[in-house]
Write a protein that binds this ligand. Sequence first.
Ligand code: NAD
Length: 345
Amino acid sequence: MTAANTSARIPATLIPGDGIGPEIMAAVVKILDTAGAPFEWETQQGGMAAIKEGGDPLPPVLLDSIRRTKLALKGPLTTPVGGGFRSVNVRLREEFELYANVRPALTMMPGGRYENIDLVLIRENIEGLYVAFEHYIPIGDDPHAVALGSGVNTRAGCRRIAEFAFEYALKNGRKKVTIVHKANVMKILTGLFLETAREVAKQYEGRVQVEDRIVDACAMQLVLNPWQFDVLVATNLFGDILSDEIAGLVGGLGLAPGANIGANAAIFEAVHGSAPDIAGKGIANPTALLLAACMMLDHIGRNDIGNRIRAAIDATLHQDKVLTGDLGGKASIAEFAQAIIRRLA
Ligand code: NAD
């Protein structure tokens, strides 16, 4: 009997996604099964695959499934350009109030520009400048003469993400939270974020250290001395930019997982997109999605299985040296997955 058969099954929604999504998802599911992950998958199509089936990239049946399971592993979804479709990822965040985006950056491949990076960015996912309150003001014959956009931060939203960041730090044995803002210029919009996060920090005095950084200085410090950081918490736009920067510190998108955690559900995914340039070739790196699945295992309290998979990834990359093309190797998805499975056996 495998470990999977001995533990209670946990229903979870599985969205293979577009482009490289189905290929890397198949490999990840195989590895999860081998490791004894207790998920009972409900497979649902989203993105282009769902548009082909019913015209909607986020069909009601997919949303119903996540509403039921409150847990999803998601492949990358392509939002069609034009055609009036809103970003499927933004819709998912809003639908399930996925207010916290968790992006760990951990050095897995030595020999890159930086060694021993181990930091986590917590990005506010719903508010800020991404609410897209935007419009043009026409002047004369130019309909786009002026572009206007505003952001929205609420005290409740700022408190919720700050509390999430400090709780995350406590639970994961982290020492420090850095509040990232631009309150010197955007005094109200990001000033409220800074003020509220500092208030929250007081409740954690003596348990988690706190500091704050202006976003531009923080971006430079991340390049000059990333080891000074531990957990960073940022508003939506700054978090989006910094999270790609920290993925760059640890060797790029193929190794960067992310979690979107909310009041009503948690959705785990790779940071990268559907990589149309390599889709269908069987050469993509499934590690980022696999690491996202490990975060999902942590989320349900099965860190034991997550850590076993992480150790297998480490051994596959460093001892067996089975690497996909993005990391300078020649392994196919299938060969890479097989190598991990050998390590898990
Ligand atoms: P991308 O992340 O898909 O690709 C950027 C580059 O990284 C490409 O050269 C690609 O080949 C490479 N790459 C990405 N993932 C890889 C992997 N696992 N292994 C090896 N190489 C990998 O970004 P893009 O090209 O800007 O976006 C393509 C599509 O994905 C767009 O439609 C975009 O909207 C969508 N997208 C979706 C998500 C998501 O669902 N969370 C995130 C980002 C982009």
